[in-house]
Design a protein around this ligand. Structure first.
Ligand code: LFR
Length: 489
């Protein structure tokens, strides 16, 4: 029996989970969970990265106590955000949160230096204002960037604090906008053309490599290896998709919903760029061909808004009430940038509804229903477009992550896509993290198919069939899509 600690940091919480691998089965047990979120500081949004590191240290010690001896630690988190280190390896300032407004307008500025078409042909990356490359351009002229010797993405930064090694794990590096999607090496020429000093980009490592050993002063028993994993949480989550064949789509459903396919090579066509599909690096050389859908963030922020206004907003009650609201009464385009920054989502939803000539939701239940219907609609569109753009057939949609618990959303996803949905695991990123560590440590072997089979053994999966609860027909979903003027291929 071997035990691994998976550090998995999401935008709304961080956790340390012990994964025990025994006789070709994995079981997960959470030993620490701590809140996470944007911290507004003097007009900017930051992460409390030291607070997160404290949660990691507490969790690793708890993991060590529980497991006795740990065979490894692996770290994954959200993407794109980074800390800058000076010559001494000290952190220069608090990392910015990707929802900070400093990148507003920066993509267009960058595209005057390098056309969007050229950038996409090289990096295959979707345009999101928060891509690291845009953040670095926005930071030009700051004292911190001028003093920086190394930029480390968040999991790499925590790995550096644990081991002293400064590297860039490749799955997360692929979200920077500075990685060549075909060669998987830094596109230093693009960086230089944007006056970004490419010497701050550290050497790349693949998932499954030995990063180093946990510093002795952390207080773990023995020399505990830190393995690189799919350090982008979405990459780890995709490893945990319990798929048996190749013709699956996945939705990694948390604060964001990442909707797409696993491919062998990137799709760098103009149609793909126009649809803003991304080609992010997956474990074992795969490509995560997907689109970011705004996700449960809009629901989380709605609940926060209601709580702040003193309104009762308990998620299970809201979901039960939303299930009783007629389907597709109002839908909004969740891809709209209006939903990106924190704020009053119910008001923004009402504005979007009015803008598209629909009746704004009147109650909390109607607002929640609108969010869920709109998510399902966005999933339908993303799954169909991904399949068309990559010339692939899709016969099943796997949902992993926190959204697995949202039964209404899973059923709506099946209804909207017209495909069976298999829901689980909830802790997808942690499971994928553990599977890759266990293989690196020699406890498991094989490719993704074998890892997935091991991961699936311990899971309770739930299957949803289209129309099983009398939900809207394909024609009704298509009509709803046309209300928000999206191309609904
Ligand atoms: C999901 C995720 C997405 C990425 C977004 C921002 O947690 O990692 O894949 O686009 O967060 O980093």
């Amino acid at each position: 029996m071997s035990a691994f600690a998976a550090v998995d940091l999401g935008a709304s919480s961080g956790r340390v989970i012990v994964g025990t691998v025994d006789d070709g089965r994995v079981s997960l047990h959470e030993v620490n969970r701590f809140p996470n979120g944007p911290v507004p500081v003097a007009g900017s949004l930051h992460w409390d990265v030291l607070g997160l590191y404290r949660g990691v240290l507490d969790g690793l010690r708890a993991a060590g106590r529980e497991a006795g001896a740990l065979s490894g630690v692996g770290i994954d988190s959200w993407a794109v955000d980074y800390g800058l280190l000076d010559d001494d390896g000290a952190l220069l300032g608090n990392p910015f949160h990707y929802r900070d407004a400093r990148t507003d307008g920066v993509p267009d500025k960058v595209f005057t230096a390098i056309p969007a078409t050229e950038l996409y042909a090289r990096t295959g990356l979707q345009v999101q204002p928060f891509n690291t490359v845009f953040q670095l351009v926005a930071a030009q002229g700051t004292a911190a960037l001028a003093a920086a010797r190394t930029a480390l993405l968040v999991p790499d930064l925590l790995g550096y604090w644990l081991t002293g090694a400064r590297v860039a794990e490749v799955t997360n590096a692929s979200t920077t906008g500075l990685l060549d999607a075909t060669t998987r090496t830094w596109a230093t020429d693009l960086a230089e053309r944007l006056a970004v000093d490419s010497s701050i980009l550290p050497p790349l490592l693949d998932p499954g490599a030995l990063l180093g050993h946990v510093r002795a002063d952390v207080g773990l028993h023995g020399a505990v290896p830190v393995w690189t994993v799919g350090s982008h949480d979405t990459a780890s989550a995709v490893v945990a998709v319990p798929a048996v064949g190749d013709d699956f789509a996945y939705i990694s459903c948390g604060t964001w919903s990442l909707v797409g396919l696993e491919l062998e090579s990137p799709v760098l066509t103009e149609e793909s760029r126009a649809a803003n599909f991304t080609n992010e690096a997956g474990v074992d050389g795969t490509v995560r061909y997907l689109r970011n859908v705004m996700g449960l963030w809009v629901l989380q922020e709605s609940i926060r808004t209601w709580n702040e206004a003193g309104l009762p907003a308990d998620l299970p009650d809201l979901l039960a009430a939303a299930a009783r609201v007629p389907a597709l009464t109002t839908v909004v385009d969740l891809d709209s940038p209006t939903f990106l920054p924190p704020g009053d989502m119910p008001a923004r939803i009402a504005d979007e509804a009015a803008r598209t000539g629909q009746t704004p939701p009147q109650s909390q239940a109607e607002t929640v229903r609108c969010i869920l219907d709109s998510l399902a609609l966005a999933y339908r569109r993303a799954v169909r477009q991904a399949a068309a753009l990559a010339h692939r057939d899709v016969s099943v949609v796997h949902v992993v992550g926190g959204g697995v618990r949202n039964e209404l959303l899973c059923q709506l996803t099946s209804d909207a896509t017209g495909l069976p949905v298999v829901a689980g695991p909830v802790e997808g990123a942690a499971l994928g993290n553990v599977l890759v560590q266990a293989r690196a440590a020699g406890v498991l072997s094989g490719g993704l198919r074998e890892l997935r089979a091991v991961g699936a053994r311990g899971l309770e999966l739930r299957r949803y069939e289209p129309g099983a609860t009398g939900g809207p027909s394909d024609r009704q979903w298509a009509a709803a899509a046309s209300r928000i003027a999206r191309d609904d291929r």
